[in-house]
Design a protein around this ligand. Structure first.
Ligand code: NDP
Length: 293
């Protein structure tokens, strides 16, 4: 069997081009430039890179990028006050608070201060509830991107058995809800699941969001299954640092029908979906009518 590699990098690039087109149309028709505000507290190097990349991508899509960089010892009250200020700012369409926050600040408290209509990460309790209830809201970016990739190679997901390994608020749970909304039969597996290999073998669509390098072996994969590898693990191999997924890619190549690579699979979709959420948030809040993206 020939395995297809699902090229998330090129899918994400296409999506970003379409978004740039939608932004340009919004600008010319409504004289509105959607804006994304990112809040970074502290100097975590990985977070600084993520924030910089998000800013560049936002501007490339024709939107306005606003960065608020606060020192690591900023108090929770000051971060909450900034989020409230951004909530009230008519010119801000999306607000993202870069996680993790320093230990003395409650992420839950700060995230839930974001107005749900500007919550482009989809992490507030309101948006999580909307997703569970099947109501219109803003959906977390990585799960949204994962489902887009599955749909890029399968016409209909209806009736397929999807197994999601991982039950985090950020990835596993929302991904399971999105697959349910596509009429999949969904199993959520986690660290206490018995016979994980057997559960995975039942999957027509197998999604791994665990954070353990190459944990999912080739013989855990049903022949012809679609495999979405969300995991990003940095490992040292042959004296070099490498990025690998939660799925053993080489072994999976003998079983899967299609798989997302790491890097170049789900990863690039996350930023693309963040930009998409910002455009959607702007269109809804400013009542610009539907945007075709
Ligand atoms: P979390 O650590 O929050 O969740 C991991 C999940 O995996 C938990 O539900 C945990 O189960 C489960 N798990 C851990 N060990 C096992 C095991 N041995 N068997 C079965 N399940 C297990 O991670 P995230 O959801 O935030 O992220 C998951 C992965 O996705 C990471 O590698 C992360 O880097 C990556 N990621 C990638 C993104 C992208 O843009 N591509 C974005 C976000 C994350 P339990 O609940 O029982 O503890």
């Amino acid at each position: 069997m020939t395995m297809a590699i699902i090229d998330g990098k090129s899918f994400a690039l296409d999506l970003r081009e379409k978004l740039a087109g939608a932004v340009s149309a919004v600008k010319s028709r409504h004289n509105v430039q959607p804006a994304l505000a990112v809040v970074l507290v502290g100097e975590d190097p990985a977070s600084q890179v993520y924030v910089r990349n998000k800013g560049v991508a936002t501007e490339k899509a024709g939107m306005r990028s606003i960065e608020h960089k606060l020192p690591a010892d900023t108090g929770e009250g000051a971060v909450v006050a900034l989020v409230r200020e951004l909530n009230a700012d008519e010119n801000v369409d999306g607000i993202l608070v870069q996680l993790p926050l320093p230990d003395h600040i409650s992420s839950e408290r700060v995230i839930n201060e974001i107005h749900p209509d500007k919550d482009v990460d989809g992490l507030t309790e309101t948006n999580a509830g909307r997703l569970l209830l099947g109501k219109e809201g803003l959906v977390p970016c990585t799960p949204q991107g994962s489902v887009m990739l599955v749909k890029s190679i399968r016409d209909s997901l209806s009736g397929l058995h999807a197994v999601v390994v991982g039950r985090s608020i950020l990835v596993g749970k929302p991904l399971a809800m999105l697959l349910l909304a596509e009429n999949c039969t969904v199993t959520i597996a986690h660290s206490r699941t018995k016979d994980l290999a057997g559960v995975c073998r039942e999957a027509d669509i197998l999604c791994a969001a665990v954070g353990r390098a190459r944990m999912i072996k080739g013989d855990w994969i049903k022949s012809g299954a679609t495999v979405i590898d969300v995991g990003i693990n940095r490992i040292e191999e042959d004296g070099k640092m490498r990025l690998v997924g939660d799925v053993d890619f080489d072994e999976a190549a003998h079983r899967a029908g299609a798989i997302t690579p790491v890097p170049g699979g789900v990863g690039p979709m996350t930023i693309a979906c963040l930009l998409r959420n910002t455009v959607i948030a702007a269109a809804r809040r400013r009542r610009l009518g539907p945007v075709d993206i």
